[in-house]
Design a protein around this ligand. Structure first.
Ligand SMILES: Nc1ncnc2c1ncn2[C@@H]1O[C@H](COP(=O)(O)OP(=O)(O)O)[C@@H](O)[C@H]1O
Ligand SMILES: [Mg+2]
Length: 525
């Protein structure tokens, strides 16, 4: 057979012309199996890990996340109800990495991990979208942590201070007050301009509703976004929720008040992200991973659960001045079983964070609330973020408490103790009282400083133990009325000046005389 030269060129030309059209065709695959919120599909050779795909067509379609890329098929997490998709349905690539809507309009709202409102207050107009996974800022873009993130809790702000941009773990068994610490911290941001994001993972719907109600009651929803993936939501939602929280937080950190990117002249925002709790996220991740048949590792968790948490927590940072000096502080929560901090997930997250706040059942039950074990809790960076006034009083309380703990262990056995030992025990018991604090009563730093200054300078040593907390409360009220300038001075200058010390001494002595005379008078009046 003879082929003419012009025919060959025609064939080649038509093939070249057709080449473009072929590439343009959206890549479409077919579902080969669906179940437990996971679909497998073939024919999506070029799909990216973490890409958003559309399963099914028209009204019945639902979005999915390409999660597991295997040689001949793709494991897809279905984001929504899997009832409407079935074997043989189409899967379409979108070419987009999964993102969530973000922006200022989200403040005050309750949303699901896809950024859709679930508080019945209508649709939310997003400023833009942010990818749920983002490489954490590099070293050049960062600056060291140097501003305090006040929790308003004396036990934490004095002994385990947290800085803006830090990652501090809250760890303890269930019902030890972990959520309480986080909520108090959010309430304490009312006047600081810090935007708070509370991510509820795997909690009961009623518990989340209670959190929303509490925050509303204390006027704290106006600076807070709640992202909720409850225990009744599908596992992928629990897995995504913390990343959605980080994506929403990053928006505020990288943008100024005006919504424009932050820069040297346009200060970025300060954000606090609470992930309550990451144990539930790890369990959801384990569930998904086992369903897509990833090999299980220690405690049946997939090998990369450490990487999952480190990617998330690395996103907390303090940006450099060139980048607008915004910050994202992360307070991840981990629930332990019977105080076992050596389990897989707790040890992972302990090693990723910059310190941990240990909450203990025994302390909680003996009435020490917040039930912080100050002996083993640490903050590895916050010290540099403490204001001078707090730093100066915190040094002595740390020492006094350490001595008290040592003595208390021994004194249980002996009965005749010398005077010095008794005095130290006495002081320690009162310091423990002073560090107790009720829920929803975060305290401004200047009052914390005064309380601790009084206690470490012996003003409460002779107050009977059951009256210590009342003494503290009434003394602060007395100062507010009789010496407001002292409190204001500490707040504004961030130090306890010599004049302030004299004023505190005088006022405390005057008030105490009155307080003691009431205690001893038979009528108690
Ligand atoms: N400082 C506190 N003073 C009094 N009660 C507290 C305090 N902190 C927590 N609680 C109470 O203890 C219970 C458990 O607290 P929660 O924060 O829900 O624990 P967790 O999150 O560790 O399970 C709640 O009923 C809460 O009101
Ligand atoms: Mg809780």
């Amino acid at each position: 057979m003879e082929i003419r030269a012009e025919e060959i060129s025609r064939i080649i030309r038509s093939q070249i012309e057709g080449f473009d059209a072929q590439v343009d065709v959206a890549e479409v695959g077919t579902i080969i199996s669906v179940g437990d919120g996971i679909a497998r599909a073939y024919g999506l050779e070029k799909v990216m890990a973490g890409e958003l795909v559309q399963l099914g067509e028209g009204d019945r379609s639902v979005m999915g996340l390409a999660f597991n890329l295997e040689e001949d098929n793709v494991g897809i997490i279905i984001l929504g109800s899997s009832d409407s998709v079935k074997e043989g349905d189409q899967v379409k690539r979108t070419g987009k990495i999964m993102s969530v809507p973000v922006g200022r309009q989200f403040i005050g709202r309750v949303v699901n991990p896809l950024g859709l409102p679930i508080d019945g207050k209508g649709p939310i107009k997003a400023d833009t979208t942010n990818p749920i996974e983002r490489i954490a800022p590099g070293i050049v873009d960062r600056k060291s942590v140097h501003e305090p993130m006040q929790t308003g809790l004396k036990a934490i702000d004095s002994l385990i201070p947290i800085g803006r941009g830090q990652r501090e773990l809250i760890i303890g068994d269930r019902q030890t007050g972990k959520t309480a610490v986080a909520i108090d911290t959010i309430i304490n941001q009312r006047e600081t301009g810090v935007i708070c994001i509370y991510v509820a993972i795997g909690q009961k719907r009623s518990t989340v509703a209670q959190v929303v109600k509490t925050l509303e009651q204390y006027d704290a929803m106006k600076h807070t976004i709640i992202i909720s993936a409850t225990a009744s939501d599908p596992a992928p939602f629990l897995f995504l929720a913390p990343m959605t929280g980080a994506a929403m937080g990053e928006y505020f950190m990288w943008h100024g008040q005006d919504g424009k990117p932050s820069s040297k002249t346009n200060a970025g925002g300060h954000v606090l992200c609470v992930y309550d709790d990451l144990s539930k996220q790890a369990a959801a991740y384990r569930e998904i991973s086992l369903l897509v048949r990833r090999p299980p590792g220690r405690e049946a968790y997939p090998g990369d659960v450490f990487y999952l948490h480190s990617r998330l927590l690395e996103r907390a940072c303090k940006l450099s001045d060139e980048r607008g000096a915004g910050s994202l502080t992360a307070l991840p929560v981990i629930e332990t079983q019977a105080g076992d901090v050596a389990a897989y997930i707790p040890t992972n997250v302990i090693s990723i964070t910059d310190g941990q706040i240990f909450l203990e059942n025994d302390l909680f039950n003996s009435g020490i609330r917040p039930a912080v074990n100050v002996g083993i809790s640490v903050s590895r960076v916050g010290g540099s973020a403490q204001i001078k006034a707090m730093k100066s009083v915190a040094g002595s309380i740390k020492l006094d408490l350490a001595q008290y703990r040592e003595l208390a262990a021994f004194s249980q056995f002996g009965s005749d103790l010398d005077k010095a030992t008794l005095a130290q025990l006495n002081r320690g018991q009162r310091l423990v009282e002073i560090l107790k604090q009720g829920q929803y009563q975060p305290m401004p730093v200047e009052k914390q400083v005064v309380s601790i200054w009084m206690a470490t300078n012996g003003y409460v040593d002779d107050i009977p133990l059951p009256h210590v907390r009342r003494f503290e409360k009434e003394l602060l009220e007395y100062l507010e009325v009789n010496a407001p300038e002292v409190l204001r001075g500490i707040r504004d200058s961030k130090v306890v000046s010599d004049e302030a010390k004299v004023a505190l001494k005088d006022n405390a002595t005057a008030f105490k005389e009155d307080f003691m005379s009431q205690l001893t008078s038979p009528t108690g009046a």
